[in-house]
Each structure stands twice: as structure tokens, then as C-alpha cells.
Design a protein around this ligand. Structure first.
Ligand code: IPD
Ligand code: CA
Length: 273
């Protein structure tokens, strides 16, 4: 199925409205951080709090009220299948670790996927009040001004957003970072994959790479990058939507440099080249 322009516009309007409301709710929790109990999901770095859970509850309620037949996949409550063929992919707070450590780099990320493609992507960073949004064939925007990926930076002279987590072997992280530095490049990590992808879309970062990321962390960012003139790998290949995948994307001219880096560390370039 494909969304008509009217159906897409209606969902974009809701995504924008809900991201603002969710961001305001999350910001309220952030401002009283000391009162929040931190829970550990798996290891010592994978954290969550009532803020993540309550913000997702809010987003799900708004979607269900407006589009009851749409499905929702969220970081905290998993998959609720719908019957319309439209799937909302939601991260209530991406950058939970920075959030719970009192750092400003976190955001609400909302994507709408149809037929294996992210057609809508909205990312709101309440502390900086930066609002990113994009929709298929409609371009990408930061606070209503059009944005584009870095026009000329390469792996060597731009900053590469880099995601690292405890789901992948530390040695792989080391190998990739070593190769990047050897090539004259530099990595940037702020603890929110979604926000770093938005930074790629507006040209602050030349690209993004992470060996494994979940769909709720990145689908909105992928839509933003594509609509801002960039490229990304086939993230949803295989079971990417439910189990996550490797992610790579950025400005067109950095793709060859990234592929060369991956070949150097012996990583597969499948879904990228
Ligand atoms: C994480 C962040 C991080 C990325 C991880 C994600 P969370 O999400 O996006 O930057 O490297 O892969 O799991 O835990 O902050 O929602
Ligand atoms: Ca996340």
C-alpha cells in the first residue's frame, strides 16, 4: 500500500504535534531529575526511568485516538500490530543515558513506516528547542527552515557520528575507530543515535555509523537524511524493523570513504555498497 499525500500529511501533522507534547512532558521530568529512580534494563549502561515509560504511553494514546488502525512499535512497550499497513516507530527518549546523567543530548523520535520505508521522520530535542521534521518527497526541515546534508565534507575532513553500545564486541568498536583515525577522520558521539542522525541531515556531521542500532533509534533520522539529499543503507533488510541492524548513512560524497574504512576493518559492505 502507499499513503496518499493527504494521508501522509495528516500523519505528519500528528507526529509533529505529538513530538512537541511528548518533548514537553520529558522536559518536565528532566527538570526534576534527582527524583527519578533509574532502572537497569540489562547491563550497567542500559538504563530507563519512568520518564521513558510515561512519554511512550502518551505518544501511544495520541496515535491510537487519531489512527486506531495503525500499528505502533516503541522502545519501551514493543509492537502493537495494526490493520492499516502503517507502522509508527517511536522512541520516547533517545539518549536515555545522557538524559539520566543530566546532559542535554536527548530527543523524542517518531517515524511512520509504510511498506518498509520510513515516510515520515520527526525528531525533537527539547533542551536546545530544535525540531527536525521530514516527509517523503517533501524535504527536511529544522525549525521550519529547509536543511541539507554536508555539501562537500568527506570522511577525512568532517565529523562522523559514531554509535557504540554494549550489544557489540568492544574490539569491533576499537578496530573501527582506529581505522577512522588512521584515515585522518574523527568520530563524534553524544549518546543519542537519533539526534546524531538529525545532525547528519542538517550538515553538522558528515555521516553516521553504528554496528547495531534498533529501528526506533534511527528510522526518523533515516527519513530526515534521505529527504535532506543524503543516502543510507538498507537498514530494514532482513529483520531490521524488529531486531535492529547495522546503520550507515550520510552525505553522498562520503559513501566511498566509509566503504573503504569498512573494507579495511574486514566488515561486510553488504546493504551499504
Ligand atoms: C541508544 C542511543 C545510542 C545508540 C544505541 C541506542 P537509548 O538508545 O541511541 O546513541 O548508540 O544503539 O540503543 O538507550 O538512548 O534509547
Ligand atoms: Ca533509543
Amino acid at each position: 500500500m502507499a499513503l496518499s499525500p493527504e494521508q501522509r500529511a495528516a500523519r505528519l501533522a500528528l507526529a509533529r504535534e505529538v513530538a512537541r507534547e511528548a518533548g514537553a512532558l520529558a522536559l518536565g521530568y528532566f527538570e526534576r531529575l534527582a527524583t527519578l529512580a533509574v532502572e537497569f534494563k540489562q547491563g550497567g549502561q542500559d538504563v530507563v526511568s519512568i520518564a521513558d515509560r510515561e512519554v511512550e504511553v502518551l505518544i501511544r494514546a495520541r496515535i491510537a485516538a487519531a489512527f486506531p488502525d495503525d500499528g505502533v512499535l516503541g522502545e519501551e512497550d514493543g509492537l502493537a500490530e495494526g490493520s492499516s499497513g502503517v507502522l509508527w516507530v517511536v522512541d520516547p527518549i533517545d539518549g536515555t543515558s545522557p538524559f539520566l546523567n543530566g546532559l542535554s543530548h536527548w530527543c523524542v523520535s517518531i517515524a511512520v513506516a509504510v511498506d518498509g520505508e520510513a515516510e515520515i521522520g520527526v525528531i525533537y530535542a527539547p533542551v536546545s528547542n530544535e525540531f527536525f521534521s521530514a516527509a517523503k518527497d517533501m524535504g527536511a526541515f529544522l525549525n521550519d527552515a529547509p536543511i541539507e546534508v554536508a555539501p562537500s565534507r568527506s570522511i577525512e575532513d568532517g565529523l562522523l557520528g559514531f554509535g557504540s553500545n554494549h550489544r557489540i564486541p568492544p574490539a569491533d568498536v576499537g578496530r573501527f575507530v582506529t581505522a577512522l583515525l588512521d584515515a585522518g577522520g574523527m568520530f563524534y558521539r553524544n549518546g543519542s543515535g537519533a539526534l546524531m542522525l538529525a545532525y547528519v541531515a542538517c550538515g553538522r556531521l558528515v555521516g553516521y555509523y553504528e554496528q547495531h542500532i534498533n529501528s526506533w533509534d534511527c528510522l526518523a533520522g533515516l527519513c530526515l537524511i534521505r529527504e535532506a539529499g543524503g543516502w543510507h543503507n538498507d537498514f530494514l533488510a532482513g529483520e531490521g524493523m524488529l531486531r535492529g541492524n547495522r546503520i550507515a548513512g550520510g552525505a553522498p560524497q562520503m559513501k566511498a570513504g566509509l566503504i573503504a574504512l569498512l573494507e579495511r576493518v574486514g566488515a561486510s559492505t553488504e546493504t551499504i555498497a
